[in-house]
Structure formats: C-alpha cells, structure tokens
Write a protein that binds this ligand. Structure first.
Ligand code: FUC
Length: 798
C-alpha cells in the first residue's frame, strides 16, 4: 500500500512537473538524447562547477568540470617561472622597438628574439563523469515520448521519457548558493540504478564507496594539485548498496544525487595552494540543505532568477514548436517569427551562459566558459587577452549581470603582482602588464608563437573593464579601491613604455603588433587606440578621484599620443601607420576598429582633426573584411555594425553566426567550440537596441528592419540607468528610464522621429530639462522613472 502511494506520488510529481516541459520562449529543447559533448549536450553551471547533461535514458552521463583543475604551474616537474625571464630583456625590447621606428620586421624574426617557450603552462582538465546506468525490464521496449531541455529561466536541465509503462523525469542544476551539482530522478515505477564516477583516463584516483556516498580523490601527476569529488546518492525510500566502485539503488521513490567537486587551488600568486583539504570540503558541500532537493532547488532558483529575470527581450511573441536543433537548421528559410524566436533565445542563452560560468568566488569564464571534457583542450582552454577574455564580459554590464564580473576583477587584480615583474623585466617600466595569454597560474610572459605572442596592451584592455564597471554603476568606492590601482598601474606602464617617433614627434607603442597578422611595426592602430582608451579613462578617473598629478600627466600624454586613427588610400581606416592595408584581407581580427568597439573614440558626426572621416573609414574597412569568419569574429562584427548604426548589416552578421557558426546546442564554434562568440553576440544584440558609450542614451540606434515590433526591458546604460523600450515599425513607441542615482541623463533626441510626451513619475521631477544639441538632457533623481511616450497623434502606418 505504502509503495502504491509512493508510486502515485511519483506520478503526481511527473504530472505536476510536466508543466515545466511546457513550451516557453527561454527554453532549448530536443527530442533525442545527446551523443556529442560539443554539439548536443546541455550546459549547466554555477561559475565554478560546470555540468554537461547528455540525457541518456539507459546510460546517463553528466560530464563535470571545475575551473581550477589545471595541470602545469608551480609544483610542476621541471619548474615554472610565470613567463618571467631570469635576466632582463629590457635592452633587447628597447632595441627592437627602436629598430621598428624606421623599419618593419616579420613576426618570426621578433619571436626568435623575444618569444619564449611555454613551460609547464598547463591545460584545463575535465573533472570526470557522473554515470548512471538504469536497468529496465527486458520487455520494456524502447524509450518513447523523449524530451530533453534546458530551461534558461529556471536554470535547470530536464529529461523525460516513457519506457514500458513507466514515466521518467530527471532534473539537473548546479547551485551557486550551495556549491553543488544536483540531480533528481523521478519515475512512476521502480528505478534500479547503478551509479559511478569516472575519472579521465590520464589520471589515477582513489575511489571509496559506502553509506550512499562515492568519494573520489587524488592529485594531478603533473603538479600535485589535489582534487576531490563527493557524490551522495539519496533515494526518498529504498536501499543504497555498495558494489565495487559503484552504488546500487533499488527504489520506488525519487532519487537525489548531490555532487561536490573541489581542489586545493587558491588564486594567490605565487603560492596557489590552499591549506583546505578538498576531501573535507567536498564532504561538507554535499551536506547542504540536508540534501533536500526541494530546498536546494528553491535556493538555486531564487539566486538564478534574481539575475536572469532582470532582462526580457521579445522579438516575436510565443515560442517555437520546433526542437531547437531544427529551429536553427531552418533559420532564414522564410518563417520570420521562428527566426525572431531563435534570435531572442540565443540572446538569453548568452546571459544564461554568463551566469552559469562566472559567479563571485571563482575564476573568470575561460575560452570554454567552465565546460571542458578534454585533457588538452584547444588553446589550453585558457584566458586569451587579445580579445577573447574581454569578449566574454562584453554583455555583463549592459545585460544587467554586473554580478558576473567579480571573477574577472579578482583575476586581473591577482595578475598585477606578477605583472609588475613582467613590466620591469621586459620593459624596465613601472606598473604591470602581460601579453597574449594567461592561465590560472599567473602566467605573464610572452610565448613563442610568432602569429600572436606579443600583446602588452592587454593590461590596458583589461583595465577598460574596471572603468566600464564604474561607468555603468557609478560606484565611486569601486573606482577608488579596485579600478584605480589597476588603471593607474597600466597607465604608468604605458607612460614609461611609449617611445617618441622621431618622424612625427608623437608617442607610439613599439614594438607593436596588430593581432594576428602583418608585420611588427611601431604604432599599429590597435596599440595606439587601446592606449588612447586607457589614458582617456585614467584621466577621467583621476579627475573624479582628485588625483591632480595623474590627471595632468594623462592630459599631456593624450596631447602627445598618436591616436592611431588614419584614413588610407582606399578610404579605409589604416591598420598600421603605413598605408599598407590589403583590401582583400578577410582576417578575423579587425583590430584597428578597437576605437569603434569596444572603444569609443570613433564617433559619428564628430569631425574634429582627430576624427576626420574615421567613421566612414571604419565602415569601408569593415565592408572590405567581409562578413564570413569564425564565430567570435562574427560576434565582434555585430557590435561594429551596431556602432556604425547599421542595424540591417548587424542583423546580417547575427544571421550568419546563427546559420554557420552555431552548434545544435547553440554553442558558438571556432571550431570546435569557443564560448566568446556567444557572449559577443549577446552584447551585439544589445548594442543594436541601446547604446551609451558617450554617456548619451541612444534608443534603438541600430534596430534592423526584421525586428518590426518588439520590446526589451531591464537593459543597463552607463550612468546607472535601467532602460526598457517598446517599439513598432516606426521606432520607439515608449521607453522608460529608471535612475539608480541622482545625476544627469541625456537622451539623443535626433533619433526621435516623432514628438514624445515625457512623463516624470511622482517624486522624480527633473530639476532642469534642456533641449539643445539634439539632446534631451535632464537631471534625474535616484529612484525616478521617466517615461517617454510617442505622441498619440502619430499613427504608425509602416
Ligand atoms: C586568438 C584568436 C584565435 C583563437 C584564440 C583563442 O588568438 O585569434 O582565433 O580564438 O585567440
């Protein structure tokens, strides 16, 4: 009788739960289990731990990653030097820099002198696999009614199917508040399960099984880093027994799986080992909430939705009835509504992936976010800082996910200490720097790959994120305590490292290299533009913080700096000081448009001496580079075209990305897979709807014709403003600005095609409203809501 009631309860749960399988817009779903990790499995994560869910009915695999499980680094046999040379390279760097003032050099020639072999750099490792085999009656037949989904809104992966006369439902999440991966399996009949945890073949681990727990622990051979998994299996009723390295469960009830994964890594140069025992830590983790799935899920959902639900985007109402792989396959074949649904899903997926791969207390999102199944992943699954790490964080502020940025800031701050040694030993400079790539072990030197080893401007590009965080949230304490040391250190580095070009008398970067092609020269456009961005921001920050000395030094340096904005013979923006651009080049790095995005110095309509013709030249350059490229490059181009205010072209890039650079699980390809393109594209979609890089709000600056009607809410603009917009074919019908603090808000009114009524909600009366220079400019009050409604007299007939 009791058993019968339990079955009924399980059935009720499945029925109740089936609402969760309803078709909602923020959902990826499939009608088959995944077989391919890269293309089909579905990612869940809490920033530190990642899970890839396959959804196999008989043999289930959840592949697990934890961000700090890396080979190499300190402790590795043969030593590790953080990329720092034993003897000073300063004279060598200086002499090559001087040489480049009059000639160019092939990258191979420079790499022979300045490159260095990566030595115990290491690789990000898979943590292993939770494997659950089910035994079903011989006459059960094949599974039917199969469905596997990723619910972006709930932060859950789900699987359901029927086999024989039994219904099955499974849910998976990775909780940030509780730091565990959790699975919950329901069935309307008996579940006979065998559970094990597989460690990758390249490792040997100690496995112990008993009392409903599998413990796996060991140390990486290469560097002694300790790791531990504790997997607790908890059926609501029935027995769990040990069987060799596995656990067996025989139950008529639902079963909860709680998995903890820990290492003894800590992010602290030069001693990256914590004293905490990973086994004890993992054991403690699995005790969270007494292992009660309901409570774990409630806490997880609350935490996840507090972030995820802040932004909504509707390009087409409803949700497609097609599985996501088919929705993507048929993209662009005529069903406009389905295409819009895929675009909005892809946008929200980028936000979901950022929440899942970057939360406070862990390392930042790497080239694969947090998900990795390899022992030697592409590019070590590391942190490339000549665009890729930065691109991961492009959507963070605008997509109202500032809470995903602490890992980036913690990581960069921790690089400043070794980065100071790098600045001294390679440049004899103050401040800090690093080059093309870095890892969890504070690597700050160049490597020996001629195509891409030299990028000391990475310090300034990373510092940009600190200042942008201030610009969005206006947190002066953050600016003072966290951004300023990083920015000032990068600025002092460049004050020391820049050289005067005798030909122009201007300050240039030398050696300078435009990623990842062409010769080494002095003053390539990207080098100059990145330093320009840094000096501009550092000057502003110095003024805000009252550092008069630094403000003055930045002012002088900005006057003397070559800004890297030159228009060349075919109307292009020059990539190098010399006019040598090949109009047939389709190279994926469009580095010389840094000042367009993510920089802010290429401005439409400004025609001063620094900016003459560069907006048009940027367009010319981008046109010549063409649209097709690898995933992240297409994503960058969406942002470029949005900044060029060409919504249709930005949309064309987005369409190309979805068609040619997106896998069935909507991951971005490089190939095989690299997550930066997902993030870059989500940022690009926002740039099409809202821009604020000049502290002036542009509403729908690059809305493509294809987005006829729609709405977005919860986007963030610089100045601590939250923005919601409703639009139709004629533009914004209504937009609402919510001020997070007292201060000026400027809206570009030139884009208003019709008259707007402006309503200032109670208590938020503006102090001053100026309509001049095409700006609607007013002083907002903290908490004020400002509603702009298109005049009722305007009939939109388009
Ligand atoms: C940069 C890119 C490559 C790749 C690598 C991780 O070097 O040029 O295409 O994305 O980063």
């Amino acid at each position: 009788m009791v058993q019968g009631i339990r079955s009924l309860l399980a059935l009720a749960l499945i029925t109740v739960g089936s609402a969760a399988f309803a078709q909602t817009p923020n959902l990826l779903w499939y009608d088959k289990p995944a077989t391919d990790w890269e293309k089909e499995a579905l990612p869940i994560g809490n920033g530190r731990i990642g899970g890839m869910v396959f959804g196999g009915p008989i043999s289930e695999r959840v592949q697990v990653s934890e961000k700090s499980l890396w080979t190499g680094g300190p402790g590795a046999a043969g030593g590790y030097d953080y990329g720092l040379p034993a003897t000073s390279q300063v004279e060598l760097v200086k002499s090559i820099g001087k040489q480049l003032l009059t000639t160019s050099l092939e990258p191979e020639a420079v790499a022979r002198q300045l490159g260095r072999k990566m030595h115990n750099y290491g690789d990000y490792q898979s943590f292993g696999d939770m494997v659950i085999e089910s035994e079903v009656p011989a006459d059960a037949g094949e599974p039917t009614d199969y469905r596997r989904e990723l619910d972006l809104d709930a932060g859950l992966a789900r699987v359901k199917f029927k086999q024989g006369n039994v219904g099955y439902r499974r849910e998976y999440l990775v909780s940030h508040p509780d730091q565990v991966l959790v699975g919950r399996w329901y069935a309307t009949g008996v579940q006979k399960l065998r559970i094990r945890y597989d460690v990758p073949d390249n490792r040997t681990a100690t496995i112990s099984v008993g009392h409903g727990v599998i413990r796996v622990s060991g140390a990486l051979k290469s560097n002694g880093l300790r790791y531990a998994v504790t997997l607790r299996v908890k059926p609501d009723c029935g027995a769990v027994t040990a069987d060799g390295d596995s656990l067996r469960v025989h139950t008529e009830c639902a079963v909860t799986f709680i998995l903890a994964a820990r290492t003894n890594y800590r992010m602290a140069y030069p001693d990256y080992r914590s004293k905490v025992d990973p086994v004890a830590r993992a054991d403690k983790d699995v005790a969270a909430e007494g292992g009660d799935f309901g409570r774990l899920n409630t806490r997880h959902r609350k935490d996840h939705q507090a972030l995820f639900r802040r932004v909504s985007l509707t390009l087409a109402p409803g949700a497609s009835k097609l599985p996501t792989n088919r929705l993507r396959e048929q993209y662009g074949s005529g069903d406009a509504s389905a295409d819009r649904q895929l675009e909005q899903l892809y946008f929200q997926y980028g936000r979901y992936l950022l929440i899942a791969s970057s939360r406070a207390g862990s390392l930042p999102a790497n080239l694969q976010g947090v998900w990795n199944q390899y022992a030697t992943p592409p590019w070590n699954s590391d942190y490339h800082v000549n665009i890729n790490l930065q691109m991961n964080y492009w959507p963070a502020e605008m997509a109202n996910l500032a809470e995903t940025t602490p890992p980036l800031f913690d990581f960069v701050e921790h690089l400043v200490t070794p980065g100071k040694l790098s600045a001294q030993r390679y440049f004899g400079a103050r401040g800090w720097t690093l080059f093309l790539n870095t890892n969890i072990w504070g690597y700050v030197g160049p490597i020996d790959w001629p195509t891409a080893f030299w990028q000391p401007e990475a310090n300034a590009w990373l510092a940009q994120h600190f200042y942008e965080h201030y610009r969005f949230g206006r947190d002066v304490e953050f600016l003072r305590k966290r951004a300023w040391p990083v920015m000032k250190g990068a600025a002092e580095f460049w004050l020391d490292a820049l050289v005067t070009d005798p030909a122009s008398g201007m300050l240039v970067v030398s050696p300078s290299y435009s990623p990842e092609h062409g010769p080494f020269t002095a003053g390539a456009a990207m080098s100059q533009q990145i330093v320009l961005d840094l000096f501009t921001s550092t000057k502003q920050a110095a003024e805000i913080l009252g550092d008069k000395d630094m403000a003055a030094r930045m002012k002088d340096a900005l006057r003397d700096l070559d800004w890297g904005l030159r228009v060349g013979s075919w109307g292009q923006l020059q990539e190098w000081q010399s006019d040598i651009d090949d109009s047939r080049s389709d190279h994926r790095h469009v580095s010389h448009l840094f000042a367009l995005y993510p920089g802010r110095h290429i401005v439409r309509g400004v025609d001063d001496s620094a900016n003459r013709g560069v907006f048009e030249a940027a367009r010319k350059t981008l046109d010549a580079r063409g649209d097709a490229s690898t995933g992240w490059s297409r994503a960058w181009k969406i942002n470029f075209w949005a900044r060029l205010l060409d919504g249709n072209r930005a949309h064309k890039l987005l369409a190309g990305l979805l068609r040619d650079s997106t896998l069935p699980n909507l991951w971005d390809t490089h190939p095989p897979f690299q997550i930066d393109g997902n993030f870059g594209a989500s940022a690009g979609i926002i740039e099409m709807l809202l821009q604020s890089q000049h502290e002036i709000l542009q509403i729908l600056p690059a809305r493509p014709d294809a987005w006829v009607t729609g709405s977005v809410s919860g986007l963030r603009a610089r100045g601590d403003v939250t923005v919601s917009i409703d639009w139709d074919a004629c533009g914004a019908k209504q937009f609402v600005l919510e001020a997070g603090r007292d201060g000026n808000i400027a809206v570009q009114s030139v884009l208003f095609e019709q008259p707007y009524d402006v309503r200032f909600d109670k208590g938020s009366k503006p102090r001053a409203v100026n309509v001049e220079q095409d700006l609607f400019d007013f002083h907002a009050r903290k908490g004020g809501r400002y509603t702009f409604t298109r005049g009722a007299s305007v009939a939109c007939e388009r």
